[in-house]
Design a binder for this molecule. Structure first.
Ligand code: TMP
Length: 214
């Protein structure tokens, strides 16, 4: 089967790490070897850009600089890791990708989404994830969990309203591209969320086996 690029999205604290491990296990139980990665980051250079993006600092970070650094990290990750992996038949499961830019920089910061789409095209060409799992939960649930984890990064310092816009931005992405972006309710019990994930994965798997679904 052709290697697939799967992304996992959602606001902070929706349980991405736990659910990514579960998705990886589910796929590996079906005989595919899956690498995991994350954005911003995923290679040594892109991880350095991640540090620049996430560390709280006293100097202002202009929104445009933030947007361009997200895409700079993405370009490094794509050329040095994602494309080579897919070309060599290795599956990649990635914690966030460009939907996060539309949600955080677009909906969250209010940046022009046409401009984000132009950068997406310039950096990625026609490369898009084959499947995106959007873990959705009310902002209060997610932020509560994220803040309990300890020191906040530059994004976690944002106000609740910012994350409400981000969540809506994600839901709008899912609505605009329902074939690729599947919403999974992440507010329930672990068993419930995993049951929903399995349902989505089984459907996608069946399509991939017949060569459908991008
Ligand atoms: P996390 O992966 O540990 O959640 O942290 C990454 C942070 O970066 C998170 O707050 C979301 C943010 N982010 C963006 O604002 N835009 C992006 O394009 C990506 C990939 C992440």
């Amino acid at each position: 089967m052709q290697a697939r690029f799967i992304t996992v999205e959602g606001i902070e604290g929706v349980g991405k790490s736990t659910h990514m491990a579960f998705i990886q296990q589910w796929l590996e139980a079906r005989g595919v070897k899956v690498e995991t990665s994350r954005e911003p980051g995923g290679t040594p250079l892109a991880e350095q850009i991640r540090d620049l993006l996430l560390s709280p600092r006293t100097e202002n970070m202009p929104e445009m600089a933030e947007l361009l650094m997200m895409f700079a990290a993405r370009s490094v990750h794509l050329e040095n890791r994602i494309r080579p992996a897919l070309e060599q038949g290795r599956w990649l499961l990635c914690d966030r990708f460009t939907d996060a830019t539309f949600a955080y920089q677009g909906a969250g910061r209010g940046m022009d989404t046409d401009r984000i789409a132009e950068l997406e095209e310039a950096v990625q060409g026609d490369l898009r994830p084959h499947l995106t799992l959007l873990l959705d939960a009310p902002v209060e649930v997610g932020l509560g969990r994220a803040r309990a984890r300890g020191e906040a990064d530059r994004f976690e310092l944002e106000a609740v309203e910012f994350f409400r816009r981000v969540r809506q931005g994600y839901l709008a992405r899912a609505k605009a591209d329902p074939g690729r972006v599947r919403i999974v309710d992440a507010s329930g019990s672990l068993e419930q969320v995993q049951a929903d994930l399995v349902e989505v994965l089984e459907k996608a798997w069946a399509q991939w086996q017949t060569g459908q679904g991008a």
